[in-house]
Design a protein around this ligand. Sequence first.
Ligand SMILES: *Cc1c(COP(=O)(O)O)cnc(C)c1O
Length: 366
Amino acid sequence: MQVPLVDLAAQYRSIQPEIDRAIQRILDRTAFILGDEVRDFEAAFAAYVDAEGAVGVSSGTAAIELSLRAIGLQPGDEVITTAHTFIATAEAISNAGGRPVFVDVEPDTFNLDPNRVEALVTDRTRVILPVHLYGHPADLTALMEIAQRRGLYLIEDAAQAVGAEIDGRRCGSIGHLACFSFYPGKNLGAYGDAGAVTSDDQELLDRIRRMRDHGRTTKYEHVEIGYAERIDALQAAVLAAKLPHLEAWTEARRAHARRYGELLQDLPVTPPVERDGVRHVYHLYVVRSSHRDALLEHLKANGVAAGIHYPIPLHRQPAYAGLGYEEMSLPETERAAAEVLSLPMYPELTEEQLQHICGGVRSFAA
Ligand SMILES: *Cc1c(COP(=O)(O)O)cnc(C)c1O
């Protein structure tokens, strides 16, 4: 049996007529940039997230960079974030002119540790930028309290957390701004690159809406030097067709996580936690193992495609060499990078596949 890490073809087969119709509609209209399709998807997505508004952009990375520009980040401003994430989080900060200040993670959720944040706030700090890693919300209650008390913006990197909740509130509706990715493998995936920013602040949303489209206020008037970072109408149509299915897909992921928990009981891997009051959306199902690399190889030999998210912390990436991060030590981040293993996770996983995967973990342990 072969089990991929994600199976986008299985999902397409399950909703093929709806997707094909959406794509055909765009071809018939030949309206490819912004317009009704984008507006309709933005409204539906804002309603899903329970935010006042959403702006579709070209990727999750663009969502973060435009959010930072919209709040007026200045060269050298500091943004407190995590080094245990996809590089896009820090890359967007750097490209917006800011300096990522990496804080260590909590060992159970792998999210930015709020207890370590305040010691890093300086007079250059403008933003706290937590990532809801793997689909488990960061501790926004604690982080928003710090942000408000210290006069900072809180921008959520919700790329992996569409539909996740804290005490019944959706990720994307809590921070000043929130950034989503619709990269194909994400829980709500486009058929190409796409992303969105959500917020309750109409002024910030208007600024981002203008910036994504050449700083334009009317067809011919450009009030600032902007960007070409719009979402495609084609992607908006695909996403609008998929959005009504997202809750069912998320519940399927959560059911698979519960089944994993049963099947992995008594085996020498640490399953993910789900804190009280939290809805984890399991973008990834990540366990810890002190023999991670050998386990990965064993699973591969048994037809199971596991993955590592992420093996090199950002303060150890060559891209960040020479920028003063060499001396820095983030013990929990470094331990996580050495121990995390992502087991296959997607809504269409079957009981047979789950048993096969966990059988592989069992035979490795033996
Ligand atoms: C995927 C991802 C991004 C970037 O999204 P893109 O759409 O690929 O640009 C940013 N942050 C995190 C945590 C991600 O997982």
